[in-house]
Ligand binder design. Structure first.
Ligand code: 4NP
Length: 150
């Protein structure tokens, strides 16, 4: 099994969408895809209704996902840890124990724009268009990730 973790701040907007999108592109008998937030605000919560809606629009059902917080054991449990933005990157790296942990952490948009460290913008305080924009960015990145792994 290859194990991939998507990380954002709240684990209700960006990373659950990234999880759902990547899962849809990979065979479930060979890959585990999960998501987590660096913050604990939304532990146990369903994804934001706007993320659920944009996923549904493109045939991805994330309504049954539940928020959880990133923790140090995730460095052992996952092969690849994709963060959505610079702040997520700093938060995750700050609890890494060694170089092996650090090397697992990647900016998801570096799959599309190598080495630029671009952010997937946090859509939480914006409108529906922000979620559409995030969906398109994540879909493009996840297509590249899936093609590189299958
Ligand atoms: P996410 O978005 O990190 O993409 O899940 C956010 C969700 C909630 C909050 C911030 C960002 N919040 O402050 O509650």
């Amino acid at each position: 099994m290859i194990k991939i973790l998507m990380v954002c701040l709240g684990n209700i907007c960006r990373s659950p969408l990234a999880e759902g999108i990547l899962k849809s592109k990979l065979p479930s008998n060979k890959f585990i895809v999960d998501s987590a937030g660096t913050a604990n605000y939304h532990v146990g919560s369903q994804p934001d209704r706007r993320s659920i809606a944009v996923g549904k629009k493109y045939g991805i059902d994330i309504s049954n996902l539940k928020g959880r917080q990133f923790n140090i054991k995730d460095f052992d449990a996952f092969d690849y840890i994709y963060v959505m933005d610079e702040s997520n990157y700093q938060n995750v790296i700050s609890i890494a124990r060694n170089e092996t942990d650090k090397n697992k952490v990647k900016f998801i948009l570096n799959e599309v724009y190598p080495n630029r460290n671009y952010d997937v913008p946090d859509p939480y305080y914006g409108g529906e268009q922000g979620f559409e924009n995030v969906y398109k960015m994540l879909d493009e990145a996840c297509t590249i990730i899936a093609d590189s792994l299958v």
